[in-house]
Design a protein around this ligand. Structure first.
Ligand code: GLU
Length: 506
């Protein structure tokens, strides 16, 4: 590629960012970084009706959490600023004028009621080459009438004048050539005098052109807009710098039938937003990947593989590997099933790949909340012993609480099964054996305790089960001697003594 690659992620701030939007942004990012290009955040907020306060900040926070850095954007500026469309009103006005002067667009005064009446009169009414001559617009009214209507404060829109029966080819890197006949398109509204704002279509094209965007990578739902966009480039005379299109496959429900929605997340219990979102109007809270305990690297790896693969069955890939391997040509044309269980699997893998120190740092505040007072090195050791048992950091407590507190009660079922009549006596003997151990490492304890069991001809299982019940309070946990080596000799002995005192035979 001779020209510097420039891609943009162009969300409309209409609410929290859907996970499908995150995947779109990720593919833009991977493509840009692979080609040494720029990744731009442009906020498309020209639809004032749908604007939701806080949505832009949410989007920026989500990408900061994910570690996907923009090179230019509303929050960091850049050489093509401003990056928020509502701050670019004057720019669009000029381009509306250019299209009007060229005769590629016209002014239309039809009121909503008039349009409604037409729809009632003509079935499948479309404002286009076949109908525009019967409407109230600058093609049917004299210049004088048009000027007076505007002067008198009548609202109007500017429509794109699409000629009938032209072939429009959308060249898509994923889908190949997609051909359209222009007659299927209506004369889209490009600008509304009522709010002095362009519509999405005009602002999007003008900005892609001015910001020198080379590749437009976006969701499949925008494919139907692509022929209109191609015609707009033509009308402006910008065909030579038209970006290369790629329309990404849909994210599908886990069952594979239809588009993934927030309702699927609610129904099956998984988040569809990167961060938790509180609806400013209703106060309703939607869960997020961050708050649900996902590591950002796991989310990135998981999303990268929803609609793309490197051509082999490699699944675990760091961000740098993804950048190296990514290509739009390898994106699939068909929808990608949102396999949430796979998402959990990725998180599990990334917890194992993270250092104990990294995971301990995330776990530590949860321990503080429970008023557990230990040093971070201790937490790191515990994490190392139990992390293979969890998919999420928050599950660590359930797998490790006994490293931080002695049992306050003993699981009844386990007591019934594991605490025998001779258990108190055996545990007393075990206390004596343990007292004599200088080097309390797991390995040394194990050797000495097992030798004692063997010499006395005791049953290994009986001893170890009662031992675990005394130390943990239940029958769970990692290797017994790893637990006792970690909590230390003193705590081990006092827990055994407490168990002898407190566990009652039923
Ligand atoms: N503003 C559009 C959106 O909300 C952008 C579509 C595009 O990338 O062209 O997704």
């Amino acid at each position: 590629m001779s020209q510097k690659v420039r891609v943009r992620f162009a969300p409309s701030p209409t609410g929290p960012l859907h996970i499908g939007g995150v995947r779109t942004a990720l593919y833009n990012y991977l493509f840009a970084k692979k080609h040494g290009g720029d990744f731009i955040l442009r906020i498309e907020d020209t639809d004032s009706q749908r604007f939701v306060p806080g949505a832009e900040e949410y989007i920026i926070e989500a990408f900061t959490w994910l570690g996907l850095q923009f090179d230019e954007g509303t929050h960091i500026g850049g050489p093509y600023a401003p990056y928020r469309q509502s701050d670019r009103k004057d720019i669009y006005k000029k381009y509306v004028e250019i299209l009007l002067d060229k005769g590629a667009a016209y002014i239309a005064f039809d009121t909503p009621a008039e349009l409604e009446a037409k729809r009632a009169e003509i079935s499948n009414f479309q404002y286009d080459a076949s109908t525009r001559n019967g409407m109230r617009n600058s093609l049917t009214l004299s210049k004088e009438v048009v000027d007076n209507l505007i002067k008198d404060g009548n609202q109007y829109v500017v429509r794109f004048k699409i000629e009938a029966n032209q072939e429009v080819v959308v060249n898509d890197l994923i889908r190949g050539e997609v051909k359209y006949n222009s007659s299927v398109l209506d004369d889209k509204v490009l600008y509304k005098s009522a709010d002095n704002l362009p519509t999405y279509h005009l602002a999007n094209i003008v900005d892609d052109h001015l910001m020198e965007i080379t590749h437009v990578i976006r969701g499949e739902e925008w494919l139907p807009s692509a022929p209109l966009h191609v015609l707009l480039y033509r009308a402006f005379g910008w065909e030579d710098t038209m970006p290369q299109f790629s329309h990404l496959p849909l994210l599908l429900k886990p069952e594979g039938n239809g588009k993934l929605s927030k309702r699927d997340g609610d129904r099956l219990g998984f988040p569809v937003f990167p961060l938790e979102w509180k609806d400013p109007k209703t106060g309703e809270i939607s869960s997020g990947y961050r708050e649900s305990g996902y590591l950002p690297e796991a989310v990135i790896n998981f999303l990268a593989l929803l609609g793309w693969n490197p051509g082999n069955d490699q699944e675990i890939m760091s961000k740098d590997e993804l950048i190296q391997l990514f290509s739009l040509e390898k994106c699939s044309k068909s929808g990608a099933k949102f396999d949430y269980e796979k998402g959990k699997w990725f998180n599990h893998q990334y917890i194992q790949l993270s250092s104990n120190a990294e995971i301990a740092n995330i776990f530590y505040p949860m321990l503080e909340e429970k008023s557990v007072d230990v040093n971070i090195e201790y937490v790191e050791t515990v994490v190392g012993l139990v992390k293979e048992r969890v998919n999420f950091v928050k599950e660590l407590w359930d797998q490790s609480f006994f490293f931080f507190q002695s049992p306050s009660s003993y699981d009844e079922k386990v007591v019934k099964k594991r605490w025998k009549e001779d258990s108190p006596a055996l545990m007393s003997e075990l206390i004596d054996v343990l007292k004599g151990i200088e080097d309390f490492s797991a390995h040394n304890q194990e050797e000495i305790v097992k030798a004692w069991i063997e010499s006395k001809n005791y049953h290994l299982g009986n001893i170890m089960n009662a031992f675990r019940l005394a130390i943990v309070g239940e029958s769970k946990g990692p290797h017994m001697f790893d637990i006792t080596a970690t909590i230390g000799k003193e705590a081990t002995l006092s827990r055994l003594e407490k168990a002898i005192r407190e566990i009652k035979l039923s």
